[in-house]
Design a protein around this ligand. Structure first.
Ligand SMILES: [Zn+2]
Length: 496
């Protein structure tokens, strides 16, 4: 059996049709119809580096030791994770060909992979440099940034198809010599900036409106190509000619960016279709366990967070998880699961002798009993709570139980990126009646809050390894010892 894990960075549950969302992901929906939809799946955090490390190690960030993201990951954090078993390293030892495709990450993510994408490829170099340069220009004057963006757009393919060809061709050539494989594909379409096909965006405009005016109507008043990512940021300027819309830029921009996000989800879905076609053409699809998941979600305006993944709110930490095993599986699972369960699940599915895999020290648990449903020999004890933690922006910690979300700031609740708080220092939400987390019940339901506070403390101590003192994550990496680190730092300017 083979394993294909596709991580769609920042993909929200409500954009996946099989979760009752907008039908912009036909391939994922078809796969879901054939497999299992985990309705209550969560990340462990809100940033890619700690989340993907959780996926590959089966451990919470405070167990594997990487709590930060990008350039904020300290040398100490990288050292901590060095000795931890990862799914590709375990499978590679068992004779699996291992290949990662798409977005490249820091050096510890490469462990166990025969093939790993180069951060220094032309694609990533261009992306990083473009973002760094345009940020500087926008800080000088927005119109200079717009001009440069326009020139850049006219010179480069912004539809993502280059990216797709690179990923799909690399995946196809990897399969050439693979008897059995483990592959991790990391797609960036739904992560800002949304480099999407303008025609696709136009098709989705009709789904959105601004102050009761359909966006299709508003868009006609804008010169083609004038809506750029940078112009959509709060304080940005939409370069448009019609006085009627002056003063409404950010509101319109926000609505348009949501249409771009939908289009981006469709583009990621098309890439998944191409990857599955490669497997089908090679006759390998039916013997491949396919998992579609996101590293975290994305806030499209919820809690005053625009096109970013700050905080531990549902929009940011709840993720789609679809598992299509090469055997009959149940349609839907409502149990609380998280991305630390993926690695133990893969090993369990591969093992003939059931039970928990011994070569792996995972915090997560195999989802195989849930996939098999009532046919399972094993039972699944419902998980009481999932630990959520961020170290990068607001430094909130929290837990999600079956019905509640409790969040607590470590110190100052202000978001480091937005320089303002997105919510109170302590927050409690009843997700059964308030799924969008709008009413903070921490005072009205103080007993419930106290109970969850204690439960959070218990989880924090349960998952703290003595050598992984999370306070040490304050040490930021200031030495950039090679080009990879520099590019990583550039990337973090634009991708956080
Ligand atoms: Zn923020």
């Amino acid at each position: 059996m083979n394993i294909l894990v596709v991580v769609v960075d920042a993909l929200r549950v409500d954009r996946v049709g099989s979760y009752g969302g907008r039908s912009v992901t036909p391939t994922i929906d078809e796969l879901a119809a054939d497999g299992t939809i985990f309705e209550n799946a969560y990340s462990t955090t809100n940033a890619t580096d700690p989340a993907l490390t959780s996926l590959q190690t089966g451990q919470y960030p405070r167990t594997h030791g990487v709590l930060n993201h990008g350039s904020h990951v300290s040398e100490m954090e990288k050292k901590r994770v060095e000795d931890t078993s990862t799914l590709p390293s375990v499978l590679n030892k068992r004779g699996f060909a291992t290949g990662a495709f798409g977005r490249p990450l820091g050096r510890w993510h490469r462990r166990g992979f025969d093939r790993y994408p180069e951060l220094t490829s032309a694609h990533w170099r261009l992306k990083s440099l473009e973002k760094a340069v345009s940020d500087i220009l926008y800080s000088v004057h927005p119109s200079i940034g717009d001009v440069i963006s326009g020139v850049y757009n006219s010179l480069t393919d912004r539809t993502g198809s280059d990216d797709e060809n690179e990923i799909v061709e690399a995946f196809d050539s990897f399969l050439e010599d693979a008897d059995r494989f483990y592959s991790l594909v990391h797609l960036m379409d739904t992560h800002t900036p949304y480099d999407v096909d303008e025609n696709l965006v136009e098709r989705y405009l009709e789904r959105f409106e601004y102050e009761n005016t359909p966006l299709t109507e508003i868009a006609e008043r804008f010169p083609t190509g004038s809506i750029t990512y940078n112009s959509l940021q709060p304080g940005g300027v939409v370069n448009q000619n019609n006085d009627q819309w002056r003063g409404h830029e950010v509101g319109i921009g926000t609505a348009l960016a949501r249409a771009q996000y939908d289009a981006a989800a469709t583009e990621a879905d098309r890439k998944i279709d191409s990857l599955l076609s490669v497997l089908r053409d090679r006759g390998m699809l039916e013997e491949t366990l396919v998992l579609i998941v996101a590293d975290h979600g994305e806030s499209l305006g919820e809690h005053d967070i625009y096109f970013e993944h700050h905080g531990l709110y549902e929009a940011t930490v709840r993720v789609p998880l679809i598992v299509r095993p090469p055997f009959d599986a149940v349609d839907r699972v409502s149990e609380l699961v998280n991305i630390t369960d993926i690695a133990p699940t893969v090993l369990d599915v591969l093992d003939d002798s059931k039970g928990s895999p011994t070569e792996f020290d995972a915090d997560g648990r195999s989802l195989l009993p849930l996939l098999e449903g009532s046919d399972s020999d094993d039972t699944w004890d419902s998980r009481e709570a999932i630990l959520l933690e961020e170290a990068n922006t607001q430094r909130f910690r929290g837990i999600r139980t079956q019905n509640w979300k409790y969040l607590r700031a470590v110190g100052d609740p202000a978001c480091r990126y937005c320089e303002r708080p997105h919510g109170a220092a302590e927050q409690l939400y009843d997700l059964t009646t308030d799924p969008n987390e709008t009413e903070n019940l921490v005072e009205d339901r103080s007993e419930q809050a106290a109970k969850l506070r204690a439960q959070l403390e218990e989880l924090l101590s349960r998952y703290t390894h003595s050598e992984n003192d999370p306070n040490a994550s304050d040490n930021r990496s200031v030495e950039y010892d090679d080009e990879e680190e520099v590019l990583d730092r550039l990337e973090s300017l634009g991708y956080r």
